[in-house]
Design a protein around this ligand. Structure first.
Ligand code: PEP
Ligand code: MN
Length: 337
C-alpha cells in the first residue's frame, strides 16, 4: 500500500502518518519526489484500513499496489530513479556505457581493454574476478588478484568498476573494490545474496535470471530495496528459449515493460543476450531505441584467446563503432551520451 501525501503536506503531517503506520508494526519507506512525498508501507497490509489513513491531514490518497513488488513499482516512485556512480547518472537523460572483458585475465589484458574502452567513450569498466562457470573445470576467475587489478585500472583510467559478487560471504570484500556490485543471472534468486547486497551502500546491477519472469526479476529487486539499498539497476541479458541459433534470446519486450512497471534504470546486455559478437551492435541499437538507459558490452583485445565468452566479445575497434552509433541514436531519441 502507498500513501500519497498532497503537495501542501507539512513535514509534521508527514511524520504523523509515518508514526501512526509504524505504531501498527509496519515499516515505512519514504520517497520525496519533486512534486510530493510518497510513503510505501512494508509488511502484510491486508488488515490495514485505507479509509482510516485517508482521514489524516495532508494525505491525498491511499493506493493498494496490486503488484507483489512494491518499492520497485512505478506507483511507489512515479519518477525515474537515477542511480549516481562517481558523478555518472544512470537512469537520467544520459546513456551509460559499461564495457570491458568478461573475465579479468591478466594486467596486460585488462589494461589494454580499459585503455581502449576509455578512449572510445565508455563510462564504466566491467570485468569479472569471481566467475560463475557452468563447468567446475573452466576458468573460475582470478579472485582477489582480479579485484586488485580492477582497482589499479580504476585509478589509472579513472573508470568506476562493475564486477560480480558470487556469494554472500564475499560481499564486503567485493564492495571494497567495486563501484557497482553485479548479481549474475544464475544468482538472481539467491535470496541470501540479495539480502547481503541490500545491506551495503553500493549500487547493484541485478541481471535477469535466464529463466526468470519479469515479475520474479522485480521481486528479486524488491529484496534488495526492502533491505534499505535503493540503488538498484536492472540488466536484461537474455532468457532461455527453444532457440539454439543464439546463446540466449534477448527480450526486447522487457525494456519498455520494465519502464512501465518500475522506476528503476534498465541496462541492456546484448553480449550475453545474443552470444555472438556479430549481433551485438544491431541488438544494442534495438535496446537503446526501446528505452534502455545504457549498455554493458564485453570487449576483448584478442577474443579468440579469451578465457571466457570470446565468441560474444567485441574487438576494441568494433566497440568504438558501437559508441559512435549510440551517440547518433542518442541524438535522435533526445538523450545524450
Ligand atoms: C557476465 O557478465 O560475464 C556474466 C556471467 O553474466 P550473466 O550472469 O548475465 O550470465
Ligand atoms: Mn561473460
Amino acid at each position: 500500500m502507498i500513501v500519497i501525501m498532497n503537495h501542501r503536506a507539512t513535514p509534521e503531517q508527514i511524520q504523523t502518518v509515518i508514526n501512526h503506520v509504524e505504531s501498527l508494526g509496519y515499516r515505512v519507506h519514504r520517497s520525496d519526489g519533486t512534486e510530493r512525498t510518497i510513503l510505501g508501507i512494508i509488511g502484510d497490509e491486508r488488515p490495514l484500513d485505507t479509509e482510516n489513513l485517508e482521514a489524516f491531514e495532508g494525505v491525498e490518497r491511499v493506493v493498494r499496489v496490486l503488484h507483489p513488488f512494491k518499492l520497485a513499482s512505478r506507483e511507489f516512485h512515479p519518477e525515474n530513479s537515477v542511480v549516481r556512480v562517481n558523478g555518472i547518472e544512470i537512469g537520467g537523460d544520459q546513456l551509460v556505457l559499461m564495457a570491458g572483458p568478461c573475465s579479468v585475465e591478466s594486467r596486460e589484458q585488462l589494461f589494454e581493454t580499459a585503455a581502449a574502452v576509455k578512449e572510445a567513450g565508455a563510462h564504466i569498466l566491467r570485468g569479472g574476478a569471481f566467475k560463475p562457470r557452468t563447468s567446475p573445470y573452466a576458468f573460475q576467475g582470478l579472485g582477489l588478484k582480479g579485484l586488485e587489478l580492477l582497482r589499479e585500472a580504476r585509478e589509472k583510467f579513472h573508470l568506476p568498476i562493475v564486477t560480480e559478487v558470487l556469494a554472500p560471504q564475499d560481499v564486503s570484500l567485493v564492495a571494497q573494490y567495486a563501484d557497482i556490485l553485479q548479481i549474475g543471472a544464475r544468482n538472481m534468486q539467491n535470496f541470501a545474496l540479495l539480502r547481503a547486497v541490500g545491506e551495503v551502500q553500493k549500487p547493484v546491477l541485478l541481471k535477469r535470471g535466464m529463466m526468470a519472469t519479469i515479475e520474479e526479476w522485480l521481486m528479486a529487486a524488491e529484496y534488495i530495496l526492502a533491505q534499505g539499498n535503493s540503488r538498484v539497476i536492472l540488466c536484461e541479458r537474455g532468457i532461455r528459449t527453444f532457440e539454439t541459433a543464439t546463446r540466449n534470446t534477448f527480450d526486447i519486450n522487457a525494456i519498455p515493460l520494465i519502464k512501465q512497471l518500475s522506476h528503476l534504470p534498465v541496462i541492456a546486455d546484448p553480449s550475453h543476450g545474443t552470444g555472438r559478437w556479430d549481433l551485438v551492435i544491431p541488438v544494442s541499437r534495438a535496446a537503446i531505441a526501446a528505452g534502455a538507459d545504457g549498455l554493458i558490452i564485453e570487449v576483448h583485445p584478442h577474443p579468440e584467446q579469451a578465457l571466457s565468452d570470446g565468441a560474444q566479445s567485441l574487438r576494441p575497434d568494433r566497440f568504438a563503432s558501437l559508441v559512435e552509433e549510440t551517440r547518433r541514436l542518442a541524438e535522435v531519441l533526445g538523450r545524450r551520451l
